[in-house]
Ligand binder design. Structure first.
Ligand SMILES: [Zn+2]
Length: 727
C-alpha cells in the first residue's frame, strides 16, 4: 500500500495548500463591492450577433458610459435619465445594468419596452444571448429552451429576484407585483396610455414606491418636441453634458453639430477627380466631400481630426448644469461615438441625404443629435377643423346613404360617435354622445341600446338606422363581450386595434378564444393614415363660403350639438403624431399618441364598421344615397297625398255634419230643445288619434335593417276632424 505519488510530491502539496487557502479566503472574505462598470468589465461577454465588437466588455472606448452606468449603483441617485442617440453603446449599457442587478446586487427588476412584441424581441435577442455568452450569468439564470412559452422568456428568476420584461402597451403586465428597479427603454415610443390606465412610465414607477431603495432608469432616443417624457424628465434633471478637452488648447467643450466642417466645391468648378473622391455627395449646387469632415474647436478654432477623438473622450468628464437637482440627467449626441458606423463622415452623409426629407431629418435629429423633433408644416390643426363646422339641414344630411357607429369604453362613460357615409366615402359626423356612468353597471349599456336602435331623420324625410356598430373591447373587455355577444347578428362587432404597420384596415379572424366573440382586428396604422389624409382635405365652398357636398373622402363636421364635435373633441385629432423611428436598424413610421385620442379611435372604428358591411354597401355608396333620397322623397310625396285626402275627407265630413246640424238645429228650433249632442262631439276624440301619425314610431324589432326602412302604411281615419292637428 503506497500513497499516491502526487499527494506526497512537495509541489503538489503546495498547490493543494494554496487552493485550500483560496477557498477559505473566498468563504471568509466579504465579496468585493463592485460598481456597474466593474461588474460588466469582470463578467460581461459581448455577443457576436448583438455587438460590433464581440468579446470581453471594456469601457475604455466608451468612457462616457462609465458614470451613467455607475449612477445606477450610487445610493444617492434614484432616477437616471439619458437622452441618447443611436450607436454610442446605450443598449449595452442598459444590459450591463440588468446584469449588475442579477449577478452582483440581486434585486427584482421591471424592464419595459414600448410594446409586448419589442419586449419579446429584447428577451430573445438581448437577454438570452447575454445569458449564453456571459458564463457568470449563465450560472445564475437558466437560458430558455426554444419550446418555452413566451411568458417564460419574459420572466427570469435568480437568487434574490426576478426580472420581468414587459411592454408599455400592456396594462395587465404593469399591474404585476412591486419591484425596486424599473428600467424604461425607449420611453418616448411608449403609448400615451397603457390601455385606459394612463402613462405607462408612471404606472411602472408606482410599482417601486413601496421600496425605500429604488431606482429608475429612463433611457431613450428622444422623439417629438412637446410629447417627449424623456426630454421633460431631462429638463427637470441636473442636465449633465460630456465635456471633452481640445487636443490643441485643452479648452473643455461639449461637441456640437454646428462645429463640424468639411470641404465644399461648387459644381461648376469641380473636376473629374473631385467627383471621383470617396464620400462625395452633390447637394444644392455643391460637391460635399464628407471624408474631409473635421471638428473645429470653439475656443482656438483649430480643426480637430477624428483620430484625436479617443484621447479626448478618455480625458472627458460629465459636467452638470444644475448640480443641486436630485434627478440625474445625461445628454449625449452621436458625435462622441467611437464606433465606425458613426464616424463624422458617415453622420455628415446622413445629414446631407436627409436634406429636404422631413422624415429623414427627424430621424437625424432623434438618433444622431439626440434631440426632439419639432413638427412643422403638415400638422393637423384643430382650429382649421373648427372653422369647417357647418350647420346640417337635417339630423342626417342628404349626401348620406349609410349610418355607422363606434363605441369607446372609458372608466366613467361610453362614447358613441355616429357617422354618415356617402358617395366616395364622403363622411358626415352625425352625432357624438357621452353616456356617463360606470361601464360595469347596466345603465350605460341600456342607454347605448336606445341610441343604437334610434331612427335618424334624413334630409329627404326618410328615417335611417345604424347599420353597423364597432365597440372597442380594449377596456372593460368582459363587460363589452357580455353586451356584444347577443347583438352580434345585429351588426354589432367587437374590435381591437393593431398598430403594426402594413396590417390591412380590417381583418376578420375566426372566433376569438373567449366567449365566442368574433373579434375584428383593425389595422389602425392604415386606418389613421387614411383618416388624417381625409381630415386635411380642403372642402369645396360656394360663393357664400358654405361647404358643398360632393367631395369624395371629405369629413364634414357639424356645429356642436349633443356632446357634439366640440372643441375638446376636435383637439383630440391633434393628439397623434407620425414619427419615424429606427427599430433594429430599420426605419419604421409609427403613430405616437400625445394626448387623449378617443375622437381618432371613434373615427377609425366607424371606418371599420363601414367595412363590415362589405363591398355591396361600401362599393356602391352612391346607389345607397340615391335609394335613401328616393325613398324619402317618395315618402314625403305620399305624405302630402295622404294629407290632401285626409283634408278632403274631413272637409266633406265636416260639411256633411254641418249640414246635418243645420238640419237638426232647424228641427230643434221648431221643437225648442237645446245643445243635446255637444258632449259627444266625435271631432275631439278623433283628433288625438291622428296626431303624430306622421312620426313613424321606432321599430321595436332589434335587427338593424339592411335597407332603409320604408314608411309604414298609415291607417287613415275617415270622418275624423283631427286633420288640423295632423298637419
Ligand atoms: Zn482648441
Amino acid at each position: 500500500m503506497t500513497a499516491p505519488k502526487a499527494k506526497t510530491h512537495p509541489a503538489a502539496n503546495r498547490a493543494w495548500r494554496r487552493r485550500r487557502m483560496k477557498l477559505f479566503q473566498s468563504i471568509l472574505r466579504p465579496p468585493d463591492k463592485l460598481t456597474v462598470t466593474e461588474c460588466a468589465e469582470r463578467y460581461r461577454q459581448l455577443s457576436r450577433e448583438a455587438s460590433a465588437e464581440p468579446g470581453r466588455f471594456r469601457c475604455g472606448r466608451t468612457p462616457y458610459l462609465r458614470e451613467i452606468m455607475d449612477a445606477f449603483c450610487d445610493p444617492a441617485v434614484e432616477v437616471v435619465v439619458w437622452m441618447k442617440p443611436a450607436q454610442v453603446g446605450g443598449t449595452t449599457a442598459l444590459e450591463n445594468v440588468a446584469l449588475y442587478f442579477i449577478v452582483h446586487d440581486p434585486m427584482s427588476m421591471l424592464l419595459m419596452q414600448p410594446s409586448i412584441e419589442m419586449a419579446m424581441a429584447w428577451a430573445e435577442d438581448r437577454l438570452e444571448t447575454m445569458i449564453r455568452d456571459t458564463p457568470r450569468l449563465g450560472k445564475v439564470v437558466a437560458p430558455s429552451r426554444s419550446r418555452d412559452a413566451g411568458s417564460r422568456k419574459l420572466k427570469k428568476r435568480y437568487a434574490g429576484g426576478v426580472i420581468t420584461i414587459t411592454g408599455a402597451n400592456s396594462p395587465r403586465s404593469l399591474r404585476s407585483r412591486s419591484v425596486p428597479i424599473v428600467l424604461m427603454d425607449e420611453r418616448d415610443a411608449y403609448p400615451f396610455s397603457a390601455g385606459k390606465e394612463g402613462d405607462p412610465g408612471k404606472l411602472a414607477w408606482k410599482r417601486a414606491q413601496t421600496f425605500p431603495y429604488r431606482k429608475r432608469g429612463d433611457i431613450s432616443t428622444p422623439l417629438i418636441k412637446g410629447a417627449s417624457p424623456t426630454e421633460a424628465e431631462y429638463e427637470k434633471s441636473d442636465q449633465r453634458r460630456y465635456h471633452v478637452p481640445c487636443p490643441h488648447c485643452e479648452h473643455p467643450q461639449v461637441l456640437r453639430w454646428e462645429q463640424l466642417h468639411w470641404e465644399k466645391i461648387p459644381v461648376a468648378e469641380a473636376t473629374e477627380a473631385d467627383r471621383a473622391r470617396p464620400g462625395m455627395i452633390e447637394h444644392n449646387g455643391k460637391l460635399h466631400l464628407t471624408e474631409t469632415a473635421a471638428y473645429t474647436c470653439e475656443e482656438c478654432g483649430v480643426a480637430i481630426d477624428e483620430h484625436e477623438k479617443p484621447g479626448m473622450l478618455a480625458a472627458g468628464a460629465w459636467v452638470a448644469r444644475h448640480p443641486n437637482r436630485a434627478i440625474r440627467g445625461y445628454h449625449l449626441n452621436a458625435l462622441y461615438s467611437p464606433f465606425d458606423g458613426a464616424r463624422w463622415a458617415k453622420l455628415l452623409e446622413e445629414w446631407l441625404n436627409a436634406q429636404g426629407d422631413p422624415s429623414l431629418l427627424q430621424v437625424f435629429y432623434n438618433t444622431v443629435l439626440a434631440q426632439t423633433w419639432e413638427e412643422r408644416g403638415d400638422r393637423l390643426d384643430a382650429t382649421t377643423l373648427a372653422m369647417r363646422r357647418e350647420l346640417y339641414a337635417a339630423e342626417v344630411p342628404a349626401g348620406v346613404g349609410v349610418l355607422t357607429a363606434a363605441v369607446d369604453v372609458q372608466d366613467d362613460r361610453l362614447e358613441l360617435l355616429v357617422v354618415g357615409w356617402g358617395r366616395g366615402e364622403e363622411a358626415w359626423i352625425v352625432a357624438h354622445h357621452k353616456i356617463w356612468g360606470d361601464p360595469q353597471g347596466d345603465s350605460v349599456w341600456k342607454r347605448l341600446d336606445i341610441l343604437r336602435k334610434k331612427l335618424w331623420r334624413h334630409e329627404s324625410g326618410a328615417m335611417l338606422r345604424i347599420q353597423a356598430m364597432c365597440v372597442d373591447t380594449g377596456a372593460h373587455t368582459d363587460r363589452c363581450y357580455d353586451w356584444i355577444k347577443p347583438r352580434q347578428g345585429q351588426g354589432v362587432w367587437g374590435v381591437k386595434g393593431d398598430r403594426n404597420r402594413g396590417k390591412a384596415l380590417l381583418i376578420k379572424p375566426g372566433k376569438a378564444k373567449r366567449r365566442g366573440i368574433r373579434l375584428l382586428i383593425v389595422g389602425t396604422h392604415t386606418a389613421k393614415t387614411k383618416l388624417f389624409g381625409r381630415l386635411r382635405l380642403e372642402p369645396e365652398r360656394d360663393k357664400d363660403k358654405r361647404i358643398l357636398p360632393g367631395k369624395p373622402g371629405y369629413i364634414h363636421i357639424p356645429l356642436a350639438q349633443d356632446d357634439g364635435a366640440g372643441d375638446d373633441f376636435l383637439m383630440q385629432f391633434e393628439n397623434e403624431k407620425l414619427v419615424t423611428r429606427k427599430v433594429s436598424g430599420q426605419l419604421v413610421r409609427q403613430y405616437i399618441q400625445t394626448g387623449p385620442n378617443e375622437a381618432i379611435d371613434l373615427m377609425v372604428y366607424n371606418t371599420a364598421a363601414l367595412h363590415t358591411l362589405g363591398d355591396a354597401v361600401r362599393g356602391h355608396l352612391g346607389q345607397w344615397v340615391d335609394r335613401v333620397n328616393a325613398d324619402g322623397k317618395g315618402r314625403a310625396v305620399k305624405t302630402i297625398i295622404d294629407r290632401a285626402v285626409a283634408i278632403r275627407d274631413a272637409v266633406d265630413d265636416a260639411a256633411a255634419r254641418f249640414a246635418e246640424r243645420l238640419a237638426r238645429d232647424a228641427e230643434a228650433s221648431e221643437e225648442v230643445t237645446d245643445g243635446a249632442d255637444a258632449a259627444s262631439d266625435p271631432e275631439l276624440e278623433a283628433g288625438d288619434d291622428e296626431k303624430g301619425a306622421d312620426d313613424t314610431p321606432p321599430d321595436p324589432a332589434p335587427a338593424p335593417a339592411l335597407t332603409p326602412r320604408r314608411p309604414r302604411k298609415k291607417k287613415r281615419r275617415r270622418g275624423g276632424g283631427g286633420w288640423i292637428s295632423g298637419l
